[in-house]
Design a protein around this ligand. Structure first.
Ligand code: SF4
Length: 309
């Protein structure tokens, strides 16, 4: 489509002002989306396209369709692994086709293989640097949410000598809902080094390459939807296995499990994760709308102290 994909995440300057569109028992990320979209960063969007992952995201997207100044497109994504892939592939494809039609632009399918190749290269580069411990989680999040083209990000990463600031800190895994704008800094200041990140801004984003040898639409569906180990997928065994392997490879000593209040996919899985990851485990329920920074700092600090001990 020649479009620039921009991921909607909490960004610097975000202050929650506009939460009344969803009931108070919706997760605070979904409730914050209207405020996030008011940031100057998002003022030039021409359309919003959302896969319906968890139910709260679906509700929020339907609400945005009523209040947004730009057209909104929603496609259903399967909750269960191995569900009717043809149906969900068509859902995804038709959402992009409707977006293109609404914006009067054409999808040039002949460009897809080259775009898939370059994005795969970016994922490989990120994976290499993370495995070697040369790319911090803060920078990883910036890359996951960047609007720069993948070619520029690869060039940047190829010139990056090392961004590892954690060698003297306690290595931990971060898991849970999408982070806000201050949590990583507080964790690092408290002596934790986020060596593995299972949130949807972290290592998981760069986990799957897209198959370059099959039909591009099918390959995109397979990688971004069917193979997406999002916590809303069932059964959760795949996500848990991925997290166990990641924790082992990165040799983390504990897990900081930060779920947003009323996030069902992460919140309801916390006890199972605690048992199956079998590592020291700090669970924090947080709320993007009223960040309790000092409480968060105290709890993470005490956890790091316990791990050091
Ligand atoms: S997974 Fe949790 S935090 Fe993320 S959108 Fe869904 S309910 Fe909100």
């Amino acid at each position: 489509m020649g479009a620039v994909p921009v991921r909607i995440v909490p960004r610097r300057g975000f202050i929650q002002t506009d939460t009344h569109h969803l009931r108070s028992d919706a997760c605070s990320f979904c409730r914050s989306l209207p405020s996030i979209l008011n940031l100057p960063f998002y003022q030039n969007l021409t359309a919003l396209i959302h896969g319906a992952c968890c139910d709260q995201m679906r509700r929020m997207t339907e609400t945005l369709a009523n209040i947004s100044k730009v057209p909104v497109f929603l496609y259903g994504a399967p909750r269960t692994y191995g569900a009717d892939s043809l149906y969900f592939l068509n859902e995804m494809r038709s959402a992009f086709e409707k977006t293109a039609a609404e914006l009067s632009i054409t999808i040039d399918e002949s460009l897809l293989p080259a775009r898939i190749k370059v994005r795969n290269r970016l994922k490989e580069r990120v994976f290499e640097l993370r495995t070697a411990g040369l790319l911090s989680t803060a920078l990883l999040h910036q890359i996951a949410a960047s609007l720069l083209p993948p070619e520029k990000l690869i060039e940047f990463l190829d010139n990056l000598e090392s961004d590892n600031t954690g060698s003297t800190k306690v290595p931990v895994m971060l898991a849970g809902s999408i982070p806000g704008v201050w949590e990583l800094k507080v964790m690092e200041e408290s002596g934790a080094h986020i060596k593995a990140d299972a949130t949807c801004m972290g290592d998981r984003v760069f986990q799957h390459r897209v198959d370059e040898n099959i039909d591009p639409w099918t390959a995109l569906y397979q990688s971004y939807i069917e193979d997406n180990d999002c916590p809303h997928r069932r059964p959760m065994n795949r996500l848990i296995r991925y997290m166990q392997e990641l924790a082992g490879e990165r040799e983390v000593q504990g897990v900081i499990y930060r779920s947003l209040k009323f996030c069902h996919p992460w919140g309801l899985s916390a006890e199972r994760m605690r048992k199956e990851l079998n590592l020291p485990f700090l669970r924090i329920d947080d709320d993007l709308s009223s960040p309790a920074v000092e409480t968060f700092r105290t709890r993470v600090g005490a956890f790091v102290e316990m791990l050091n001990g």
